[in-house]
Design a protein around this ligand. Structure first.
Ligand code: HEC
Ligand SMILES: [Cu+2]
Length: 331
């Protein structure tokens, strides 16, 4: 399943990257104010807790969304107000038998491994449909689509590094949460201006009990707004089709999958270094010393900095502090 998707995807990698750039640059979400130090402080407090990040990030997101100017999605038809405490997603008890794996993804920033499952309706979407410039209601993910994300804690070595399997993937430990999103006509109305299309969200524990009560899932919708209407609010579909990001050019650092690539870039003094985001979420490139530079990188965004002095410059992402990189400047 995954393999056929990857093969289907491989033929269309180049056009997709181009279309992706165009589609994402027209995204309507604008971060107007981000306070890196503040975000870092909150995030650092939160990551020390061994709880699922989505829940922990809720508060940060709620702060951030105040600063995000969003255009409410035009495509969703008007719908009746619903009780925000109502769970209309439902625990998909048999997803491991009934669904197919949509994509798998390791998160280096928080040491989790994720497996995303799609029911038949969601899995029926083609790359071409996803790449279409605009979607009508019920497109490209048809009504009845359900996506489920399992979040596993990665197994760690004694030195706290993450254990990798023979394919270089994180070894999966405890399953800590099951995150589901479901698309139906009129869904999402309870999220108000933070609505992301016609999806509603729910999170459960493996035993089916509720992890995030329905009235707190507005933060799910708000964050998925970042994925944009051009992705039908689904962050990771490019991974389902095996689409690879381009490799960095000279004096360039690409942000992808919560990683700076290359991790260490060596340049000569006077070089202008660019950070280019190929990721689907916001990041920053913030100098660790002296606040020499700090840039917020929106998905598909870019930022440049000219290094006028020889030295070793550490930097990190203020939103995901475990994301780190180094620029070495030589004569
Ligand atoms: C901080 C932002 C954020 C919040 C909050 C969030 N998500 Fe996500 N979600 C993501 C990102 C980014 C991905 C892509 C996979 C990854 O990077 O881990 C994702 C992936 C998913 C997926 C797989 C489909 C996809 O979009 O690729 C599901 C299902 C999902 N999230 C459900 C939820 C639910 C349910 C909640 C609330 C309980 C939630 N999410 C809250 C950012 C968020
Ligand atoms: Cu980041």
């Amino acid at each position: 399943m995954l393999l056929t998707r990857a093969l289907r995807g491989a033929r269309t990698i180049v056009p997709l990257v181009v279309v992706g750039l165009v589609a994402c640059s027209t995204r309507q979400v604008e971060v107007t104010r981000l306070v890196p130090q503040e975000t870092t402080r909150i995030v650092e407090q939160e990551v020390t807790k061994e709880v699922i990040v989505e829940q922990e990030v809720t508060r940060i997101v709620e702060q951030l969304v105040e600063t995000i100017v969003t255009a409410t999605p035009a495509e969703a038809p008007p719908a009746e107000a619903v009780d925000p405490t109502l769970d209309r997603v439902g625990f998909p008890a048999d997803y491991q038998e009934q669904f197919t794996i949509f994509y798998e993804f390791d998160r280096p920033d928080n040491g989790t491994a994720r497996v995303i499952w799609a029911n038949d309706l969601a899995a029926s979407v083609t790359l071409e449909e996803l790449m279409a410039a605009s979607f009508a209601p019920g497109e490209p993910f048809p009504y009845g689509s359900i996506l489920v994300m399992e979040v596993y804690r990665a197994v760690r070595n004694e030195d706290n590094s993450i254990q990798l399997d023979e394919n270089g993937r994180f070894v999966r430990g405890e399953l800590s949460g099951i995150f589901a999103m479901r698309k139906e006509p009129g869904f999402g109305v309870k999220y108000g201006s933070l609505r992301s299309g016609e999806w509603e969200y729910a999170a459960y524990r493996p035993d089916g009990t509720v992890l995030t009560p329905p009235e707190r899932t507005t933060s799910c919708a708000a964050c998925h707004l970042e994925a944009g209407q051009g992705r039908d609010w689904v962050f990771g579909w490019h991974r389902a089709f095996g689409v690879e990001p381009p490799t960095p050019g000279e004096n360039q650092i690409i942000l992808v999958d919560y990683t700076f690539v290359p991790g260490t870039l060596t340049v000569t003094v006077g070089a202008e270094v660019s950070w280019v985001s190929q990721d689907v979420v916001f990041h920053t490139a913030t100098a660790a010393q002296d606040v020499l530079f700090s840039a917020t990188l929106r998905p598909q965004g870019r930022s440049n900095f000219t290094f006028e002095e020889v030295g070793t410059f550490d930097y990190f992402c203020a939103i995901h502090p475990a994301m780190r990189g180094v620029v070495v400047v030589t004569n």
